[in-house]
Design a protein around this ligand. Structure first.
Ligand code: ADP
Ligand code: MG
Length: 592
């Protein structure tokens, strides 16, 4: 028998590679626009026809290419962007694989005109299905003009799988939007079937968001800026009241590259948790800048995913960044009273929020990250004014006293408002209690003071939770505390835990998430007070949620338990558990 293994021809190899890089017209757009960005363009025009199936053209004013480079650029693994394997770990350009042009030219007809600033003439190259059909000098402006025509003309099977023009156009628009947000300083325009869709001048990020989405967005944006040794987070988030049911306006960029990350999305959502109804999605455009050697962008061929070396820290910093932005702008759940200017919003909403319950700043600990992290989590103004807030607060009549009087005389008239708040009349006005925060406070104190341990509840079926090896190690380090608070957890293999029982009487919706959050919290706060850290996560997860209907006795119990707490006024994050409205204030509000 003769040998049967042979090398594939370049043509076939390119077509196979194209299957990875060029899945649809939008992928071509992404590669070409990224090349223009890498070429240092300050002006980029995108022109498409028929959903990109007939034409995708990019015109830029970037550095252009020499005649030889223009020819080379279509070879596989031909790139000007990295030389050595070390470069791969510090790459700052969008492209680096040197695959895109070769792949595109394998499955389309490509016409390239390119000129460098000091060359008199431009180079024109035409390649059809990997075959060079023209190479000559011509007249053309500085920069690169590349037209990709008849995509998949020689791969009918793929052409058949393209969606309608309008669907493909939507995908292209999505890519355009991502790159336009990543590089607001670049002029960008977009023409679809000869109609101008966008003409964006060089802008700052805020203006770019407004230009891309709508003018109304301007007032909906809250700036974010968090600067740490590990990562800088900048950008904008949307005010909670403008949250939508869809995820369309959510963008993460890492070193100016659009990425998708369920993990970081979760970090953002955790910061919004008290502000949004279930299923509501806030806008965010968040840009992370970090040392490129501390991330791996190479995990997926289409490069939308990245792997961070400091994943957990980045999670915490992103969450803190969003929380800070929200609290700095006093964005709070909208109450009807807010509309009335005579209500001094400041009075109710100012003051420290989000301060972790256990937050000793360990001076001179030598651990700058920990210190930095605690600063981050601590929203107290850096001067002393917050102290006054606490002191003022102490001098207020303790509501528990007021309650005692009421409770003796009659049953409380409690009303649940919007599945979120409990309205409670008092002699001098009324209180509006946030049911979720109130319950978090109750649970926190119960968990913290449970001597000997917290009751647990056996699961009908033990649940296995896949984790990272690091998380399992952290569990082992703190297993005693965790199991004392009602868990029965056991290590299973290198990278999972089995849950046999969970703390009793908590409304835990997502046990796996709870365990992950407990371990994440322990990583940051476990050194100083592991028990407080576990208790905090249990209370956060286990409290009744917004939207949960409560009957009279349940409300009564909640209110009684809240005011039996040591610190009824504050929730877990030192946010208010209730607001007080005095008759005086109400009278004034009506008459002013
Ligand atoms: P990569 O971007 O990964 O290097 P590509 O196949 O996308 O690979 O491009 C190959 C090379 O062609 C690039 O490294 C660059 O030198 C050159 N090139 C591509 N597009 C442009 C452009 N618009 N302007 C200048 N040079 C370009
Ligand atoms: Mg490229």
């Amino acid at each position: 028998m003769s040998d049967i293994i042979h090398l594939l021809s370049d043509d076939i190899a390119n077509k196979i590679a194209a299957g990875e890089v060029v899945v649809r017209p939008a992928a071509v757009v992404k590669e070409l626009v990224e090349n223009s960005v890498d070429a240092g363009a300050s002006d980029i025009q995108l022109i498409i026809r028929d959903g990109g199936k007939a034409l995708i053209q990019l015109v830029d004013d970037g550095c252009g290419m020499s005649e030889t480079d223009a020819r080379m650029s279509f070879e596989r693994h031909a790139t000007s962007k990295i030389n050595t394997i070390d470069d791969l770990f510090s790459v700052r350009t969008m492209g680096f694989r040197g695959e895109a042009l070769a792949s595109i030219a394998a499955v389309a007809k490509v016409d390239l005109k390119t000129r460098r600033v000091n060359d008199e003439l431009a180079t024109n190259i035409v390649i059809e299905g990997s075959n060079l059909t023209k190479q000559e000098l011509c007249q053309a402006p500085v920069g690169t003009n590349i037209a990709v025509k008849s995509l998949f003309y020689n791969v009918p099977a793929r052409r058949k799988f393209l969606k309608s023009d309008s669907v493909e156009t939507r995908h292209i628009l999505e890519e355009f939007t991502r790159i336009a947000l990543a590089h607001p300083g670049i002029r960008m325009s977009f023409f679809n079937n000869d109609k101008e869709v966008f003409r964006l001048p060089a802008q700052n990020l805020r203006q770019r968001i407004v230009s891309l989405f709508s003018r109304k967005h301007d007032e909906r944006l809250v700036p974010v800026g968090e600067y740490t040794d590990i990562v800088n987070v900048e950008g904008f988030i949307g005010k909670p009241e403008f949250a939508k049911k869809s995820k369309g306006e959510q963008f993460f960029f890492v070193n100016d590259r659009f990425i998708k990350s369920g993990y970081l999305h979760h970090a953002v959502m955790s910061a919004y948790q008290d502000f949004l109804e279930p299923k509501q999605q806030p806008l965010y455009v968040l840009k992370l800048q970090l040392d490129p050697t501390r991330l791996d962008i190479n995990v997926h061929p289409s490069k939308h995913e990245v792997k961070f070396e400091d994943e957990k820290h980045i999670y915490t910093i992103v969450a803190a960044a969003v929380r800070h932005a929200l609290s700095k702008f006093s964005v709070t759940p909208t109450l009807d009273f807010e509309a009335d200017p005579s209500f001094n919003r400041h009075e109710f909403f100012s003051g420290p929020k989000d301060v972790l319950v256990d937050n000793p700043v360990r001076e001179g600990s030598g651990n700058t990250f920990l210190k930095r992290h605690q600063d981050l989590m601590d929203d107290r103004p850096k001067d002393d004014s917050w102290k006054q807030f606490y002191e003022l607060d102490k001098s207020e009549p303790h509501p528990a006293n007021e309650l005692d009087v009421l409770a003796e005389s009659s049953e409380l008239e409690l009303v649940q408002v919007n599945g979120k708040f409990i309205l409670m009349p008092t002699e001098s006005g009324f209180l509006l209690i946030d049911q979720r925060r109130a319950h978090q406070r109750i649970l926190l104190e119960r968990l913290e003071t449970a001597v000997g341990g917290f009751p647990s509840q056996k699961l009908l079926f033990p649940q296995t939770i896949p984790l990272s090896i690091g998380e399992v190690q952290r569990f082992e380090q703190h297993s005693e505390v965790i199991n004392q608070l009602g868990f029965q957890l056991e290590v299973f293999g290198k990278d999972s835990l089995v849950v046999h029982a969970s703390p009793a009487d908590l409304s835990i919706e997502n046990l796996a998430q709870l365990v992950e959050d407990v371990l994440a919290d322990l990583q940051v706060n476990g050194v100083s007070n592991p028990r407080a850290s576990v208790a905090r996560q249990l209370a956060l997860h286990g409290a009744i949620k917004h939207g949960q209907k409560l009957n009279k006795p349940e409300m009564q119990k909640l209110v009684n338990e809240l005011f039996a707490c040591q610190q009824p006024n504050y929730g877990i994050r030192k946010d208010k558990t209730f607001l007080t409205y005095s008759n005086d204030q109400l009278d004034k509000a009506f008459f002013l």
